[in-house]
Design a protein around this ligand. Sequence first.
Ligand code: SF4
Length: 342
Amino acid sequence: MTALAEHSEILSANILVTAREQVLERGEAFNQEQVLAVLQLPDEQLDELLALAHEVRMRWCGPEVEVEGIISLKTGGCPEDCHFCAQSGLFTSPVRSAWLDIPNLVEAAKQTAKTGATEFCIVAAVRGPDARLMAQVSAGIEAIRAEVDIQIACSLGMLTQEQVDQLAAMGVHRYNHNLETARSHFPNVVTTHSWEERSETLRMVREAGMEVCCGGILGMGESLEQRAEFAADLAALEPDEVPLNFLNPRPGTPFGDLEVLSGTEALRSIAAFRLALPRTVLRFAGGREITLGDLGARKGMLGGINAIIVGNYLTTLGRPAESDLDLLGELQMPIKALNDTL
Ligand code: SF4
């Protein structure tokens, strides 16, 4: 055995003890090497790991769960080639280009607010917004504000400085732009733009005073080392929220034939990301149904997650909002109130 392998084995053997002292007690995030040791834990230690990740979340974030709804303002026909995405116009996936009108956008915001959600995220499948999309977003936000009391987030791809300033002036509370995967794996996932371009948008968003929402998708063929690298990349960014998706291989996309992550691997990853991001809003996003099934929602909520998306995702169906909200009631986890998020 090499010295490095031996070191890694010693680290793994004690990793939960270290996590308790370092992350739970002192609130100090796990680094890349420590996250990797967590990702390598055997299945027999999964329950212990999840329980610890839950304690970390309760200690450093509290019991509240942030609920968010998302709506697609412009669907499909995107010129980029993100290999997981059914909305790319470059693949044969069946998602067609479509726009949502303002009355339907306002209605979706109303329905979202009714669930108790505090965030409503307007999403568009684009490389970055053009003037038409910016105008539509501006009109949409104004119409929502007139009728619904909810924070508005946007996810409109890569931005120019001018667009960042415009969105900040519109009162956009949080901006989502995912780095998607580890920097070293990114070129295997997207070739039409770079990790650095994405990162630049995030820098401008932060500097303009909007909250940064940045996560990605696990199970896109990345190694465990790269998954740990991604967790460390995100921790360095210090985002306010990290949405964690699991690949749901969509027919017609280059990743359509990848294997779905196993439930245990998905749960281990959630806990590992919680240890890397002890104070961050960690949101269950797309793909959890296919990876974890019905039981997974409960295990994830008790294993480090503290935010959910209710209802449907952008191109696939989620679970009905009621079943998630019932689960939170059952677990005695209150939905974060709007005035707590201001
Ligand atoms: S992930 Fe976004 S940028 Fe990439 S193809 Fe899909 S919609 Fe376009």
